[in-house]
Design a binder for this molecule. Structure first.
Ligand code: KPL
Length: 305
């Protein structure tokens, strides 16, 4: 099976490492030739905590740019770009997919799975709700700072390929679920609190559980998203306040993806997380004032560069 991973950042590296543990050497696909060359030269590493400290693993992958990919080549595509790069990445890669290829969106927030389904159809599209904390150490090294349970699901009855994919990614402790919407919203709501608060306060995820004031604010943000999800008609598989605490505890040593974006002066995924809650909440008449404030604060930080 030929597996492609678009996006060679923190999530892409973790996925590649997980595939290596099942004996698969994936193709990591880049837009930039410079990044590809550097990775081909210096390799890619994932630092994983172990009982006696941390171990740095070499990630075994082929590094390739979009235009080097042959047509009808990939059987499984894992899309691990930022949410705002998803559309362009997907459309550029479609010719490289084999006739029966299937694809998984791994983005934070909403809208990516819907876009994937428009291109490949519901049965060949799935979403991975990844509850792992990975951060960039340097351009070729990432660190895995905690891993909770992750979920894989579709907007139709789970197809047989989903179970096989969960097996080859067993390192990530993935459960195939029937109700992907519930799990997507659960993660969306948890991210809506952890990501902007850690980015604004420049703190690790642990601040959510270690600082009672931040914890209280995070819980209020979660409550807004919870009310929006109820108006949408989504049933959450778990209480999102408890999930917030569990995810923050499981990834306590991690710097959230939004923290990392802000520190590096990069664009964040705020529009797909809190921005999505604001958009849907306003349409349905739910009070989403905290999500709005967080969205504006992160956008103000982004605009300063
Ligand atoms: O999804 C994450 C992110 O940082 O985007 C969590 C799970 C909160 C880990 O940091």
């Amino acid at each position: 099976m030929r597996v492609g991973i678009v996006g060679g950042g923190a999530v892409g590296t973790l996925l590649a490492y997980a595939l290596n543990l099942s004996g698969i050497k994936p193709f990591i696909i880049y837009r930039s030739r410079d990044k590809k060359s550097r990775r081909s030269r210096e390799g890619l590493k994932l630092q994983v905590a172990s009982s006696g400290g941390s171990v740095v693993h070499q990630v075994n992958a082929y590094h390739i740019t979009y235009d080097e990919l042959p047509d009808n080549f990939l059987d499984l595509l894992l899309i691990a770009t930022k949410a705002y790069d998803f559309r362009e990445a997907l459309l550029s890669i479609v010719p490289a997919l084999s006739k029966d290829a299937v694809a998984i969106s791994c983005q934070n927030g909403l809208w990516s799975l819907e876009l994937l389904e428009k291109v490949l159809g519901k049965e060949k599209s799935a979403a991975l709700i990844l509850n792992a904390g990975v951060y960039e150490v340097n351009e070729v090294t990432y660190s895995l700072a905690g891993c909770g349970s992750s979920y894989l699901g579709q907007h139709c009855r789970p197809q047989p390929w989903l179970m096989k994919t969960a097996e080859i990614l067993h390192f990530l402790n993935i459960r195939v679920v029937d109700d992907v919407e519930g799990y997507r919203w659960l993660k969306l709501i948890v991210n809506s609190a952890i990501n902007p608060l850690t980015a604004i306060l420049r703190a690790k995820n642990s601040i959510i559980i270690d600082n009672p004031l931040v914890g209280k604010l995070a819980a209020k943000v979660v409550l807004e998203g919870w009310l929006v999800s109820r108006e949408v008609g989504v049933t959450l598989p778990r209480n999102p306040i408890i999930e917030l605490i569990n995810v923050a505890a499981a990834t306590r040593e991690n710097y959230s993806s939004m923290y990392q974006d802000v520190i590096k002066g990069r664009r964040t995924e705020i529009d797909y997380i809190n921005g999505a809650i604001v958009e849907i909440g306003e349409r349905l008449g739910v009070n989403i004032v905290l999500n709005k404030v967080l969205t504006l604060l992160i956008k103000s930080i982004e605009s300063r560069g």
